[in-house]
Write a protein that binds this ligand. Sequence first.
Ligand code: 5GP
Ligand code: MN
Length: 365
Amino acid sequence: MTSILPLDRVREAAQLLSQARKVVILTHISPDGDAMGSSLGLWHWLRGLEPTKQCTVVIPNAFPDFLAWMPGADEVVIFEKDPEQVRLLLDDADMIVCTDFNEPKRIGALGECLTAVLQTKHTHCLLIDHHLHPADFATVMFSYPESPSSCELVYRLLIDLAQSSDYHQFCCPLSLSVATCLYTGMMTDTGNFSFNSNRADMYEIVSHLVRIGVDKDAVYNRVFNAYTADRMRLVGYCLYQKMEIIPEYHAALIYLKRKELYKFNFRSGDAEGIVNMPLQIKDIYYSCFMREDKVLPAEEPLAGGSKIKVKISMRSQGDRPVNDFCHEVFHGGGHKNASGGEYYGPIEEAVELFKQNYARFLQKN
Ligand code: 5GP
Ligand code: MN
């Protein structure tokens, strides 16, 4: 497999990683399989190198239940639950690694702590990510928006570190825990290899990970066949009662208010994948899913005085970008075919914004 990471940057990363004694690994808010896989994969690898390295994965808020089986998931520190511990860890760290996010804003309130530490203590920061337009906050940056997952980038970095650095400790084979974590993110960020998945070398990586011992069928079952009955009923409700089709623009819209979510005992992760479902309909190429996420504390600045944060997700197929829509209308962004954003206010206003703007951003043909 040809290397895509520049050798000089791999060497810089090698130097930082070999010298660091206390490493904090951060990943994005509402972590998905790629966020958990890339951070935990790196964590297992670093711990395997030298048991004396102190290494912690910090996530902004809880991960969904269907990722709880991941090796090391029970050892992550959750900022929302324990902000003081996280502040101490960041203060004490001599290196921070950021995986699967491109700007401090994407880790919520934890982003302010990260920015403060980088500015005041000049802690080394390594970024490994595949989102467009990375902010300039890292010492060494591996940003490849064309990569299907951050886990694939972590894999590539670990292989390049073994082959191209002068540090012998990096020449160890990847453990089953590392391989399982990295496989999980490669699988989830490509919808089990059904989009962004046409490059042959991706399967060379999968082949290597399976040879290490990854049980890919078991990973699939744990992630995709692990829903609660409530979540299945929520999906049924969305598709039967809540899906609006805009045939002219090949688009579908589903939105849920908090009281609807309560009815189905909504838990973190239950909305995962719903946005993709309308794309299974013939001639539907765009899908938008919105839900009222949470009521914010009064002190947070809000548009229009409302306390509701609406989370918007958009998906599309082929050469039909949705990231510009999310960026311009919902202050978000993301990948060409998978983007998201936020709106502060009642969900009806967010829906109205979507309806006022879709003709500008979506293609009729
Ligand atoms: P999801 O719909 O799964 O929450 O997010 C899909 C992708 O959209 C994410 O990988 C991320 O790149 C992007 N995204 C989602 N929400 C936001 C947001 O609020 N701001 C930005 N900049 N990107 C987002
Ligand atoms: Mn990702």
